[in-house]
Design a protein around this ligand. Structure first.
Ligand SMILES: Nc1ncnc2c1ncn2[C@@H]1O[C@H](COP(=O)(O)OP(=O)(O)OP(=O)(O)O)[C@@H](O)[C@H]1O
Ligand SMILES: [Mg+2]
Length: 289
């Protein structure tokens, strides 16, 4: 199913709706460490295995703030399987700043998510995963270097996988993941080249209408001399979010902070203006139109 078929399943809404849903959501039991490799304990993973999106789960890759990333194999190669933890079970709870202006589902999609809540994935978490999947698809379709999701872009297809988001694995064929840019230990000339590419990527992201919201050298993988952007569940559309300009300014500061170890230094206000100008936007002021 294509996403366009589901646009009418969304409506504009703010954080109030998420609060209401959070109150209704039952406590889930889920944590990636509970996931057996046959997927029996997680309905989303069981579905991915049964439907042939995945052939097998090979092991754990990384553990982050809000998700564990597992290495899996699918019909066309290695897969990074992002397994979100339930906020009730110690997972990260989204800051409402990201939710303002975000579209919330209604109608049948909402019922599907509520059904998901009954089987162990709170609707709030399902929406967060859905937003990451839809954002990855949008960025991939816009030609940005992000891992291509293995499910979606249809909302129902993504919702079926619950808290699991399978995407292209960024790394080598032997299963070694690409290092995060912050860990890549590049010599000075390569660091300068990487920095030029990262600025180009950040400007393209903005030109495509997005602010990442957690941009740093920890959410950029360095793969075959190119940056790949990951971890986008908090990304906002500049047309939708009233906080886009603030989030961009914060992204610029945290990006600069995180590349300090690579010997990169720049002025945040200058870089903010550079990215906006390269994206064809006003050099300062609000971003939502
Ligand atoms: N597609 C991928 N291919 C290879 N490695 C990946 C991929 N996606 C994520 N990783 C690895 O898993 C780590 C955690 O992923 P991600 O940043 O999406 O989750 P997170 O829970 O938000 O983590 P964090 O708290 O570190 O930001 C990444 O830093 C990266 O090393
Ligand atoms: Mg991350």
């Amino acid at each position: 199913m294509h996403d366009d078929e589901h646009d009418d399943a969304y409506e504009e809404s703010g954080r109030e709706r998420f609060r209401k849903r959070r109150r209704r959501a039952p406590r889930g039991r889920t944590h990636a460490r509970d996931v057996r490799e046959d997927g029996a304990t997680d309905p989303g993973l069981a579905h991915l295995l049964e439907s042939g999106v995945l052939d097998e789960v090979l092991g754990e890759l990384k553990s982050g703030k809000e998700a564990d990333v597992l290495l899996a194999r699918g019909p066309s190669g290695l897969v990074a399987l992002k397994a979100y933890r339930d906020p009730e079970a110690g997972g990260h709870r989204p800051d409402p700043i990201y939710l303002d202006g975000r579209r919330a589902p209604r109608g049948r999609l909402r019922k599907v998510l509520d059904r998901g809540a009954r089987s162990g994935v709170p609707a709030e978490l399902a929406l967060w995963v859905l937003h990451e999947a839809r954002t990855l698809w949008a960025l991939h379709d816009a030609g940005l270097p992000v891992p291509k999701p293995c499910i979606g872009p249809g909302a129902y297809d993504v919702a079926r996988a619950g808290r699991m988001l399978p995407m292209a694995f960024v790394g080598e064929e032997d299963g070694t993941p690409a290092p995060r840019l912050a860990d890549a230990a590049l010599p000075p000339d390569q660091a300068q080249e990487a920095w030029a590419q990262v600025r180009r990527l950040a400007a393209e992201l903005l030109r495509a209408g997005w602010v990442h919201g957690d941009l740093s050298a920890w959410n950029l993988l360095w793969h075959r001399d190119r940056p790949v952007l990951i971890d986008v569940p908090q990304a906002v559309r500049i047309d939708d979010s009233p906080h886009a300009a603030d989030l961009l300014a914060r992204d610029v500061r945290s990006l600069l902070h995180s590349v300090g170890s690579l010997g990169i230094e720049d002025d945040p206000a200058r870089l903010d203006a550079e990215l906006r100008t390269r994206a064809g936007l006003p050099p300062s002021g609000p971003l939502d139109r």
